[in-house]
Design a protein around this ligand. Structure first.
Ligand SMILES: Nc1ncnc2c1ncn2[C@@H]1O[C@H](COP(=O)(O)OP(=O)(O)OP(=O)(O)O)[C@@H](O)[C@H]1O
Length: 537
């Protein structure tokens, strides 16, 4: 069998109908073992991976035995039974997923429930609540508009990520969801795909020209709203799906004008949206989706009242809530927003992405700057483009100026005091590689997808472990390796027990000053009702 990387594909049939075996020991059994197709290569008709082989019974491009069986099962379901040479059937326990038509109302082709459970187990997808929708193993098995499938393919989304495999079909059944999955694992498309699909269908089936908003997405920062809106436009190209960005710092008149001209989706920050809704008569009675991205941030003090004010103006929409860090309190609050909510979690919750290598450095505050410049001047440790997190706007301005003066590298700071024009320009120049370092406060702490960034330096620890998880999550997208350097000292003592646990469970070295610190013994300040906790050695 030729190497799968050869220029011309292996034409040998996977199996011949006379039962004669092909050179099977080298054939890939599962689609997971097959690589992604590169531009110009044939794609497996089932999963979209490299179509290394040709199915000898249908002449289709196929990536593995598993996908061949899936293909033949589909044919078997739609025509007279096709005899599979019994010796060749993959053993029942094998993770070969047969897709067959189902009567589930989402219209998706779903796995039989026993195999759905097998797939969930394999991918650590946990579901709590009543859910009929099985995970999908390809976008095409979700009955999505053809144009949306083409846009997904054009965006390079050949296969759904684990969170998308379950959250997309679940959302298409009309269920409200609370979803947690690692940073960088594809949560955004998990809610955008069902929204674009359903809203485009509503518009296509509608007889009136009236176009009141059908979906609202709220996020905690302007940068994340901009990113989510861009993502939605990309997926909705060629479909009757217009968006409006409603964030502070931009002229409100333009935002109102756009909505009144007819949009399907509003993406905004809560404060500006409330401003707009109170000053202008915008009808939200057609809204069918209400999305809270970074839901734990959206339901904490400061945002929660505004979020609930907007939610109460709607007529019981489907609620989709997402984050990489969801606590039991957030789950309780979220569950009170919608009946029959389904909770989906992928992997281990409230953990940094495994793809981010953490390097914790113990350094006194007065020495942090020197240590930081040692890293910036070291060819071994400095891997631009680098995102640096600090605790204040002034700190961001001072540090970025110091970097420019000391190293000559053009460095900019980004925070809430800068205008939207400046913030957009800084993000653009960072993302296209014009500037190697950006120093940021929390405005870039969550959700933003900084493709190309593989190194984050947490100069000042944030106020909570969950913000720390989101910040270092910028260093890895979709499982790519990244590094996070974090400066620690006694000033961060309130987070020591959780930090030690996070570092240990991620396999990162724990500085001995941290372990030996008297604040790290696992005893929390014994407040009312709190018990002293012995720290396991
Ligand atoms: N199915 C897919 N195939 C290929 N790339 C994908 C897929 N889904 C998402 N991506 C890409 O992976 C990156 C991370 O996706 P996304 O930003 O949605 O992650 P996230 O889970 O929302 O992260 P965070 O928790 O940090 O907000 C993005 O660049 C996105 O375009």
């Amino acid at each position: 069998m030729e190497d799968g990387n050869c220029d011309t594909r292996c034409k040998s049939p996977i199996l011949s109908t006379d039962g004669e075996e092909a050179n099977e020991d080298k054939i890939k059994e599962r689609c997971w073992d097959q690589r992604e197709a590169v531009l110009g290569e044939p794609k497996c008709v089932i999963c979209g991976r490299y179509g290394e082989y040709i199915c000898d019974q249908t002449d289709d491009d196929i990536c593995s035995l598993e996908c061949k069986n899936t293909l033949l099962c589909r044919i078997a379901n739609s025509q007279k039974p096709v005899r599979l040479p019994p010796a060749k059937k993959l053993p029942v326990t094998d993770e070969c997923f047969y897709v067959r038509d189902s009567d589930d109302k989402s219209g998706s082709l779903s796995l039989p429930m026993d195999q759905a459970e097998l797939l969930r187990k394999k991918l650590e997808i946990h579901v709590k609540g009543e859910l009929t929708a099985a995970p999908i193993i390809s976008f095409s098995s979700s009955n999505l508009p053809k144009k949306l499938l083409q846009n997904l393919e054009a965006a390079g989304y050949d296969m759904p990520t684990p969170v998308q495999m379950q959250a997309i079909p679940a959302a298409l059944t009309g269920k409200s969801l609370l979803v947690s999955a690692d940073t960088g694992s594809g949560k955004t498309a998990s809610f955008l795909v069902p929204i674009v699909s359903r809203c485009a269908s509503v518009r296509l089936e509608s007889s009136t020209n009236q176009k009141k908003p059908l979906a609202i997405i709220l996020t905690p920062t302007r940068e994340l709203c901009i990113q989510v809106e861009e993502h939605a436009k990309l997926l909705a190209k060629g479909l009757p799906f217009k968006t409006a960005l409603v964030v502070g710092g931009d002229p409100m008149a333009g935002q109102r004008h756009r909505i009144e001209g007819g949009v399907e989706l509003i993406v905004g920050t809560p404060g500006r949206l409330i401003d707009l809704l109170t000053k202008h008569d915008i009808e939200l009675d057609d809204v069918i989706f209400f999305v809270l991205d970074e839901v734990d941030s959206m339901l904490q003090r400061g945002f929660r009242d505004q979020v609930m004010q907007i939610f109460r103006a709607l007529s019981q929409p489907q609620v989709l809530m997402y984050s990489a860090t969801i606590s039991p309190e957030v789950e309780k609050m979220a569950s009170s927003m919608a009946k029959g909510i389904v909770v989906i979690s992928v992997g281990k919750p409230n953990r940094p992405s495994n793809s981010v290598k953490q390097l914790a450095i113990w350094v006194e505050s007065k020495h942090k700057k020197q240590k930081f410049f040692d890293i910036l001047m070291s060819k071994q440790h400095f891997m631009p483009p680098v995102l640096v997190y600090v605790g204040s706007r002034l700190g961001a301005d001072l540090l970025s100026n110091a970097i420019t003066v000391t190293t000559g590298m053009k460095t900019l700071s980004i925070h809430g005091e800068k205008s939207m024009k400046e913030r957009r320009e800084i993000m653009r120049s960072f993302l296209v590689g014009e500037i190697p370092v950006v120093v940021a406060t929390g405005v870039l702490g969550r959700g933003v997808d900084l493709l190309g960034v593989r190194q984050v330096i947490v100069f000042d620890m944030p106020n909570s472990i969950k913000e720390y998880i989101h910040q270092i999550g910028r260093a890895s997208r979709l499982g790519d390796e990244g590094t996070a350097i974090v400066f620690l000292n006694e000033e961060n003592k309130n987070m020591f027990p959780e930090l030690i646990e996070i570092l240990k469970s991620s396999g990162a070295a724990v500085p001995r000053e941290l372990v030996n610190s008297r604040y790290a013994v696992g005893s929390f300040s014994v407040g009312k009702g709190q018990k002293k906790r012995k720290h396991s050695r």
